[in-house]
Design a protein around this ligand. Sequence first.
Ligand code: KIV
Length: 273
Amino acid sequence: MSTNTQDIPRKVTTRRLVEMKQRGEKISMLTSYDYSMAKIVDEAGVDCILVGDSASNVMAGNMTTLPITLDQMIYHAKSVMKGVRRALVVVDLPFGSYQGNSKEALASAIRIMKESHAEAVKIEGGSEIRESVERILSAGIPVMGHLGLTPQSINKFGTYAVRARQEEEANKLLADAHLLEDIGCFAIVLEKIPADLAARVASELTIPIIGIGAGSGVDGQVLVIHDMLGINQGFSPRFLRRYANMADIMHDAIQHYVADVKSADFPNESEQY
Ligand code: KIV
């Protein structure tokens, strides 16, 4: 039986994201960490899926993104790739997998690409990781930057408050964004910075700027899927719009199941062999 090519959606590539920015089409991005969720996210039409190191929080229950390992990120990315046909899949380089030196950064990025078959990596930081970004790019691996609130540096910041409110930090962020574009990154995530600064970055750069808590003047938006679906209810920053209350829906369904088992209502005649 031959595959009907009309059934295969046109794959989103890094180049297509840039074209979307050029024609003013906003880019949608969500995280996913497993096969089943990634399949739903992809089939719902999300352009870009991030296998974020937020898996450390929402999948593993850690307080920060720091504990997740490269092996664990690859495990999540492999599972996601099996569920995705259309979206571009980007994988976070986790804390400790690139800060040592640029050779280590490249080795980590190569492992992600080779073992998971994902299409790009994301890396937190600006000028301080320039050499690593350049080395990864030189191997033909697309890199998405990440500036503003960079959760892997939470112990340095000491707070998840809005970043780059002061002129000095805003100027550094602007310079870092230009640097990342100049050396070849295909897109940048801006996390939790003032909307006017984010809009300025988006207007000065030709590569797509994807915001999270960065206002509407950027080229696309990203959210953590567990937050926007209301699976994770302990996190309610101002920038988060909740599209569902899945924790309540799941809780009710599970309570219903428990009651059905206890009362011997489940399984019924038609649910057995
Ligand atoms: O890990 C993650 O989910 C992220 C997003 C918040 C951008 O980096």
